[in-house]
Design a protein around this ligand. Structure first.
Ligand SMILES: Cc1ncc(COP(=O)(O)O)c(C=O)c1O
Length: 309
């Protein structure tokens, strides 16, 4: 047996230790896990209730097209149903995009450090990964990313807010970048933390899809919606692009439970509003702690995506 050469350089994803394991190892009673950016306030009660009905249907495959969720989400976002693709978390959309666009004759461009799954999946496909260091303030260096594009470039990843720095790409900068990226290159704008952002110059990206058919926006129910366990993420893009990548998606990639909970969660925007408010207060508490302890953290510039209280 000969495994793909590129796989040999990769390690399996190392999730953070479960809270129970850390408690046992260090003899602690209370542990707050920050590593996975989960919602500490859980999820909407309505989402939990929606599971009761679906739990009776476990013998049945889910709707592979996620039709009900598609309709509800398209209304919520004010986009056409055909401009959406659903994934087993946005992780899977990243995998689908890499399967669809990359091979060993292509390259892809991402920031460093950023969410590691862009590189991980690109390496599996054998693509060259061009990593462009973040600027000193933790933001993406879009000019340098642009310069790294050549004839073999297929995908550029922009993570905004960026994991792990929390910095975002402001509207003017994003538009100027999109104007200059060749239209044959896909720009993936990963907005996993979209709901949390309060900065005024954070772009409302969906209208940009009308001008830039090479743009794909990624969002997820794992963060503000608090449904990480149920694995529902989605992409929004020009319907032609969605049609082209759909064959690379597994047929039943989102579960019945995930679809039902996501629909109910969308109906409970009060929960999201309360999480955003509590998150801002928690962020301030975190900054105060850092300041008192003289710990220097990013972002320490105006590229902060969450307004300080
Ligand atoms: C920037 C970013 N993108 C995507 C994901 C993947 O989220 P999920 O697969 O749970 O939708 C994460 C998760 O931490 C993330 O931080």
């Amino acid at each position: 047996m000969r495994i793909k050469e590129h796989l040999k350089q990769l390690k399996p994803y190392q999730p953070g230790k479960p809270i129970e394991a850390v408690k046992a190892e260090y003899g602690l009673d209370k542990v707050v896990k920050l590593a996975s950016n989960e919602n500490p306030y859980g999820c909407s009660e309505a989402a939990k209730e929606a599971l009761h009905h679906e739990i009776q249907q476990l013998a049945l495959y889910p709707d592979g097209y996620s039709a009900a969720l598609r309709t509800r989400l398209s209304e919520h976002l004010n986009v056409s149903e055909t401009s959406l693709i659903f994934g087993n978390g946005s992780d899977e959309i990243i995998q689908i995009l890499c399967r669809a666009f990359l091979n060993d004759k292509t390259n892809t461009i991402a920031a460093a450090p950023t969410f590691p799954q862009y590189k991980h999946n690109a390496v599996i496909e054998g693509a060259e990964v061009r990593e462009i260091a973040l600027r000193a303030d933790g933001s993406h260096d879009l000019d340098a990313m642009l310069e790294a594009i050549d004839e073999q470039t297929q995908v550029v990843w922009v993570c905004s807010p960026n994991n792990p720095t929390g910095t975002y790409t402001a509207e003017g900068e994003l538009i100027s970048f999109l104007e200059r990226v060749p239209s044959r290159v896909l720009v993936v704008l990963d907005e996993a933390y979209y709901e949390y952002v309060t900065a005024e110059d954070y772009p409302e990206s969906i209208p940009l899809l009308n001008t830039y058919p090479n743009l794909m926006i990624l969002r997820t129910f794992s963060k503000a919606y608090g449904l990480a366990a149920l694995r529902v993420g989605y992409g929004i893009a020009d319907e032609k692009l969605i049609r082209q990548i759909e064959p690379a998606r597994e047929p039943f990639n989102t579960s019945r439970l995930g679809q039902a909970a996501a629909i109910a969660a969308l109906d409970d925007q009060e929960f999201i509003a309360s999480c955003i408010e509590k998150n801002q207060a928690g962020l301030q508490q975190y900054y105060d702690f850092d300041e008192n302890a003289r710990i220097k953290v990013l972002p320490f510039t105006d590229k902060l995506c969450f307004n300080r209280l």
